[in-house]
Write a new protein. Structure first.
Lengths: 325, 443, 324
């Protein structure tokens, strides 16, 4: 760890927070349509796993992992256009929020069929293995998604072939309103890893240091060819499942407890303890992230909305005209 | 009793198997399930166990042979004379103490809900239309509109007498009447101015309805076939459309006869018909108004000469068409007419060959009598009918001297449509046909 | 060379794997065993266990992993051991594969082939007899093919592998070893999206595909003196070759659609509706369909016979329509 890296990590945390806060505001201003799924409070997880990936590694984020897009290298302007459902978004308006992936940067689009991206990640990792490429795939999923059969099938396969991938479970204790005890019978999702023949780790997801350490171990293990790891990050989302969810199923006390473990504040304490010029860093970072977000919003607002007939495009790479004679 | 040992289907896609090796011989005693032979298929090798205890009575397939599945490979004579009894069926019993066991639900619910009425995978076509109404499909409606066809004039061959598309096509091809004709103004002129004492022109009397005749006892009722219906309709409508004029020529066929004899000598059999066809084709080329059709208020002189030749078949009159008859040699015409004749009688003429004629020729043959007045084949404007060839004494003039000679003579009748053909053209045409036949001018 | 239908499929996979190192095959028992029906016999020996992969019983994974491989530039063939099991991977097909290009705004393609034995008539019962094409016919982004001959089986498999879109390839198990054809040695393709006019005729058009094609052709021969039948073998079910279909309807005016899949909501329903709408003025009779009855394909022979279309039912249906 060095100062440059520490500052970089801080930048990512702040950018994600600013970006998501702005989106939340825009939503309340009625400028966005459809579901908005805030990941506020969970920033350390995606930063910890994605900050040091290679451009040709792949990530499979979930709908709440706005930050993963940013850290992996997606253009913040295009990402905002994607949120706005505009033509410059990754899906060109064809699907919402994070469902359009930035494939050029190795980011596969999220899906509402939770867990369905895991078999895709496993397939990709299989290719890395048989072609002897030292690339890896990181598949993110919520603890709720872990109940889906696809997750089991993907992990099973990964264990059989010791695939170069990492399974990252973001356990924020609630799948919409469903708490852990109604979601699975084990204490930790990571306990299942043994059932697939690989290692499970549990990490405090708000503690960026802890995440960095565990992430590095898992990523290195995968790249070496020693197989997958299931890392469960215990974390918390400050907002409801979506911006329209008041999250009355949670106790005020619990929310406050987790907010007081805010990952950004923790990192700020660390930066201060390292005796960096924190005030300067903070000011500089604030100015930078605000600028990036403003530019992104301006770009998104100016980007054209797709026309109706564009709904018929991009269905086929090789369309066939069967009326042509 | 004899029990079959069959080649089993081991695998859903297997269709045949190979007998690899027999493990028993004819006459051997075998127990039930004892392996009898080894077989091999695409998917698996196996031993076949005996279906019964008994003696190997017959072995029907040799080792090394490949046979389809279900083939009987051998027969076992069982010891018993009767089939082995099957296991007794237990009476199903509902027991109050078996609460919670599968079947419990079946017991508890009421009688099964009847299945919904089945929709057959191929629903039957709809029931016949109400009396007085016609069933018309979209394509028939369209064609009727496009061609101005009155569907009630067409005999339908579909169910319940429905007029099908094919019926309409054939009706149009055989020249069914299209739009009703407007009265031709010129016709009114020749009528003399009515003098007071002259009664006015014949009033248009509506056709009296045909007297009703019911079949009497012993009469044989022969319902019209579709072809008979079509012929009937066509004959009526042709007479109603074209004012027929019939003219007659007496033709000296001795040169034709000579030609025939010469051809026969060379092994080629020609009837009189090809000669008449070729003569007519030539004469049509020189008299285009005879090779025409009426469209609206125009006479359309057709470029090509396609001669339709009437053939009488069991099913009725058929008129196959010789295309470009003017380009055919005698031999070609003869071959084509023979072929048509044979195929028409065998019912093997395609609809294409019955359409497109521009002029017709009828040859009733040796029992055709002296002459007749044929009916024009719409939408043509003329038709030729050959009569019997009879040897007669006739007067000819040679070198100024008259003499009586015996010549084969034939009456030729030409009908023409007086809407478009007047006496000069009509007579000119027939005269020309006679000229060609009498000159023996053939190719 | 003389090949069975299944051998033709095997050859196609073999030749494409030789031609392009990115082609691979994933499925249950496809490797060491060569497939439950031997469709991939010998392929693992030739191309290795990395490319001919014995997968765990996980249809959803097989298809999802196929998508992942496809995004990485591979061309995976994904076998469903019996097509009946395709429903276990339904979500991955309709929500991941079919939407991949669309929801990524055209950034990528999904060159996967999902193949497996479908169809009944083999005493297979409920789970070894299904014809699932109607479920997927409804999903844009997919292509569906169903060959009826060994020639088409080979040519369509090659086209499917070379196609950049997800292709569902429904082979018919009844035909696997029952038909043998003499096909050419040289490489050839059968285009996706083009129906085959198996026989020209003037009186009735029969539109069909897969196993029933053979029974329809037999009916056409047996009934030649009565009815002049035109037979269209669709070969591709999605997209349907409307050009060929409509030209035939214009010619004959009478249409019978025959498929082994069930009647209600089967592909025949769409074809019938489209013809009724777009060829209305060419029709000389109602558009008819012959299909399996709306029940599950049962096991006992008399019941299976009752449910599925067969030679007799086809003949009767044609006769009725011709007489209309």
């Amino acid at each position: 760890m060095n100062e440059q890296k520490d500052r970089e990590l801080y930048h990512w945390l702040r950018l994600i927070r600013e970006y998501e806060d702005r989106i939340s505001t825009l939503d309340k201003q009625g400028k966005l349509m459809g579901g908005v799924y805030s990941g506020k409070g969970q920033e350390a997880v995606v930063v910890g796993f994605c900050h040091d990936l290679r451009w040709d590694d792949w990530i499979f984020p979930l709908h709440r992992d706005m930050g993963a897009y940013l850290v992996k290298g997606a253009d913040p302007k295009r990402l905002m256009a994607q949120i706005f459902g505009k033509r410059d978004g990754f899906a060109k308006g064809k699907d919402s929020y994070l469902h359009g992936g930035d494939l050029a940067n190795g980011i596969f689009g999220a899906t509402s069929c939770l867990g369905a991206t895991l078999p895709v990640a496993a397939g990709m990792a299989y290719k890395f293995k048989i072609r002897k490429e030292d690339r890896i795939a990181i598949a993110f999923f919520g603890e709720g998604a872990s109940s889906r059969g696809d997750v089991h099938e993907a992990m099973n396969f990964a264990g059989i072939h010791k695939l170069p991938m990492v399974f990252v479970c973001e356990n924020n204790f609630y799948a919409y309103s469903t708490p852990n005890e109604l979601q699975f019978g084990v204490d930790n999702v990571a306990d299942r890893a043994a059932g697939y023949g690989f290692k499970g780790e549990i990490v405090s997801g708000n503690d960026l240091h802890a995440v960095l350490k565990t992430a590095k171990k898992a990523i290195d293990r995968a790249r070496r060819g020693d197989g997958p790891t299931l890392v469960e990050c215990k974390t918390y989302r400050y907002h409801g499942h979506s911006e329209h969810d008041r999250a009355d199923y949670r106790e005020e006390e619990e929310v406050i407890t987790w907010e007081s473990r805010d990952p950004i504040q923790l990192w700020e304490v660390y930066l201060q303890k390292k005796k960096y010029d924190f005030a300067a860093i903070q000011a500089e970072t604030t100015e930078k992230v605000k600028r990036i977000v403003e530019e992104a919003v301006a770009f998104a607002e100016a980007s054209p909305a797709p026309g109706g007939p564009e709904a018929m495009e991009d269905l086929y790479a090789m369309p066939i005209d069967t009326e042509a004679r | 009793m004899l029990v079959d040992v069959v080649m089993p289907q081991l695998g859903e896609s297997v269709v045949e198997g190979v007998v690899v090796k027999w493990l028993v011989a004819v006459g051997d005693l075998v127990a039930k399930d004892q392996p009898l032979l080894e077989i091999s298929t695409d998917k698996v090798d196996a031993e076949i166990p005996s279906p019964a205890a008994g003696r190997v009575a017959q072995m029907l397939v040799k080792a090394g042979e490949t046979v389809p599945i279900q083939t009987v490979l051998a027969k076992i004579e069982t010891d018993q004379g009767v089939a082995l009894p099957s296991e007794p069926q237990a009476e199903p019993r509902w027991d109050e103490e078996t609460e919670g066991v599968p079947g419990d639900l079946a017991r508890k619910t009421g009688p099964p809900i009847p299945a919904p009425p089945r929709v057959e995978p191929t629903a039957a076509p709809p029931s016949p239309p109400l009396p007085g109404r016609m069933r018309i499909t979209p394509v028939v409606a369209r064609m009727a509109a496009e061609h101005g066809v009155d569907l009630s004039r067409i005999a339908g061959t579909g169910i319940d007498g429905r007029v099908t598309r094919k019926d309409v096509e054939e009706y149009l091809a055989s020249g069914g009447a299209v739009k009703p004709l407007a009265p031709i103004p010129e016709m009114a002129a020749p009528l003399p101015a009515a003098a007071p004492s002259v009664p006015p022109g014949p009033p248009s009397v509506p056709a009296a309805p045909a007297p009703k005749t019911a079949p009497a006892e012993g009469d044989q009722v022969v319902p019209w076939t579709p072809i008979r219906k079509k012929i009937a309709q066509h004959m009526v409508s042709s007479k109603q459309t074209s004012p027929h004029v019939h003219i007659f020529a007496e033709v000296d066929m001795h040169r034709v006869a000579a030609w025939r004899a010469k051809a026969k000598g060379e092994g080629v059999n020609l009837t009189y018909l090809p000669f008449v066809i070729q003569a007519a084709a030539k004469a049509l080329r020189e008299n285009p108004v005879m090779n025409a059709t009426v469209v609206g208020e125009s006479t359309v002189l057709r470029k090509d000469i396609h001669i339709a030749v009437a053939v009488d078949t069991e099913k009725g009159l058929m008129v196959p068409v010789l295309r470009h008859a003017d380009r055919m040699s005698l031999g070609e015409i003869a071959a084509a007419t023979d072929d048509f004749g044979a195929r028409a009688k065998a019912g093997k003429i395609s609809p294409d060959e019955l359409t497109g004629g521009t002029y017709s020729i009828s040859n009733p043959g040796t029992k055709g009598n002296l002459f007749g007045t044929p009916i024009i084949n719409q939408p043509q404007v003329g038709i030729l009918r050959m009569g019997q060839i009879v040897k007669r004494p006739v007067v000819i003039g040679t070198g100024g001297e008259d003499a009586i000679v015996i010549r084969p003579m034939m009456y030729l009748c030409a009908a023409y449509d007086h809407r478009v053909i007047d006496g000069v053209a009509g007579n000119g045409f027939l005269h020309r046909v006679r000229e060609i036949l009498e000159a023996g001018d053939f190719s | 060379m003389l090949v069975t239908y299944i051998e033709a499929i095997r050859q196609a996979m073999d030749e494409e794997m030789a031609r392009d190192r990115n082609v691979m095959l994933l499925g249950e028992d496809v490797g060491v065993m060569g497939g439950a029906f031997k469709a991939s016999q010998g392929l693992q020996e030739k191309y290795g266990a990395d490319r001919v992969v014995d997968m765990p019983i996980s249809e959803s994974l097989i298809i999802g992993a196929g998508v992942g491989l496809a995004v990485q530039g591979m061309r995976p063939i994904l076998e469903m051991q019996f097509i009946d099991f395709i429903s276990c991977g339904f979500d991955q097909i309709v929500n991941t594969a079919a939407t991949l290009r669309y929801r990524h705004g055209g950034q990528t393609a999904c060159p996967i082939v999902i193949r497996g034995p479908s169809g009944g008539g083999v005493h297979g019962g409920l789970y070894h007899s299904q014809n699932p094409e109607a479920w997927f016919f409804h999903v844009p982004g997919l292509k569906i093919v169903a060959p009826a001959t060994a020639y088409d089986a080979k040519g369509l498999m090659k086209s499917a592998i070379r196609d950049d879109d997800p292709v569902l390839y429904f082979e018919h198990k009844f035909l696997y070893r029952r038909i043998k054809e003499d096909i050419q040695q040289e490489d050839y393709l059968v285009p996706i999206g083009k129906a085959a006019l198996r026989k020209e005729g003037r009186d009735v058009t029969v539109i069909t595909y897969s196993s029933p094609v053979h029974a329809v052709m037999k009916a056409a021969r047996d009934m030649a003196k009565e009815v002049d039948i035109e037979v269209i073998d669709l070969r591709t079910l999605l997209p349907i070759d409307w050009g060929t279909v409509k030209a035939s309807v214009r010619k004959t005016g009478k249409v019978l659609i025959v498929h082994e899949a069930r009647l209600t909501g089967g592909i025949g329903a769409e074809i019938a509706a489209r013809i009724a709408q777009e060829c209305f003025e060419d029709l000389d009779g109602p558009v008819m369909r012959l299909a399996a009855r709306d029940t599950h394909t049962p096991f006992a022979p008399a019941m299976e016979e009752y449910v599925l279309p067969n030679q007799e039912k086809i003949t009767e249906a044609i006769r009725k329509l011709a007489a209309y």
